[in-house]
Design a protein around this ligand. Structure first.
Ligand code: C5P
Length: 297
């Protein structure tokens, strides 16, 4: 028997970063939107924990116990006094180490698929607590939609969104390490930063489904750090906005760049221009918000 979960990527439409905490994490006001790029995680009973992965970026995915999906299976099994004897197969479509929570998506998918495979029927609040233990972005991968994340991003409040936003995502060659980007953020802000707060204008733009207003309030405090580590992203951002995007922003800790566009037609045009610009590895169109981790078979 096999169970498959489909899990979306995310973009941060606001990522306000506070100072480093004693535990090394940063307090955030993190406005997440789930976007329609998905990984699939299939859990099949096996004689031991085993991981496989397919997709263009599969060679960059670790298949040992450092993989967050493997840790998710181990955590759920331990919680229920079971052995984590499962084969997890990941069909990878979310850029690896791209700032779109691909690893977190795989962890949320593994939790959901293993919970169904093992018949452990874990209550949602316990699943969310396990997600938070696995990583700051994992709870959002489970719930999807749109949410404000406080704390290190794991304390979620759902947000109201009207309509559909049209995006283009430009994936870069290679990834960026999230801890390295946060370290660069600290280095670039030696005299401290204000308390992170959600932007009322941005929350109103989401509620109204107003793409132009959302574009005007998109903000990522990690963007200067990502650009400092990867200066070539400036050319990607420039190419997407020159092609007609309302605005471009680094997605999370990068290096994927996200472009908000007024409609699906403009998104296709921007994606084509980005592919032809030579400033990114590939460009994809998609929409938001979309539901979180879902069992599909
Ligand atoms: O929670 P997660 O394991 O995804 O975080 C990866 C790394 O990103 C952390 O070890 C930390 O360096 C950094 N981080 C942070 N503040 C956050 C989230 C992540 O400093 N709110």
């Amino acid at each position: 028997m096999s169970v498959t979960a489909s899990v979306p990527a995310k973009v941060n439409v606001q990522l306000a970063v506070g100072g480093a905490r004693p535990d090394g994490f940063h307090d955030l006001a993190n406005v997440f939107l789930a976007v329609g790029l998905h990984d699939e995680v299939t859990a099949t009973a096996a004689d031991r924990l085993r991981l496989t992965c397919e997709g263009p970026d599969a060679h960059r995915v670790p298949l040992d116990r450092s993989n967050l999906a493997a840790r998710a299976a181990e955590l759920l099994a331990a919680r229920h006094g079971l052995a984590p004897d499962v084969h997890l197969h990941i069909v990878k479509d979310i850029p690896v180490a791209g700032g779109m929570a691909g690893g977190s998506a795989d962890a949320a998918g593994a939790l959901l698929a293993c919970d169904a495979l093992w018949g452990t029927a874990t209550p949602q609040d316990e699943l969310l607590a396990m997600c938070a233990e696995l990583g700051s972005d994992v709870p959002f991968s489970l719930v999807g939609g749109a949410a404000l994340g406080r704390g290190r991003g794991e304390l979620l409040t759902p947000l109201e969104v009207s309509g559909t936003f049209h995006w283009v995502f430009a994936a870069a060659d290679g990834g960026l390490s999230t801890p390295a980007v946060y370290r660069e953020f600290d280095r670039l802000n030696p005299s401290g930063v204000p308390e992170p707060e959600p932007s009322p204008a941005l929350l109103a733009a989401l509620r109204d489904g107003d793409a132009a207003a959302l574009a005007a309030s998109l903000a990522n405090d990690l963007q200067p750090a990502a650009l400092s580590l990867r200066p070539s992203l400036a050319a990607t951002l420039e190419a997407g906005t020159a092609a007609g995007a309302l605005t471009g922003i680094v997605s999370g800790s990068g290096p994927t760049c996200a472009f908000l566009t007024p409609d699906a037609g403009t998104a296709e045009k921007v994606a084509t221009a980005l592919r032809e610009s030579g400033t990114c590895r590939t460009a994809r169109t998609t929409t938001s918000p979309v539901p979180g981790a879902t069992l599909v078979g």
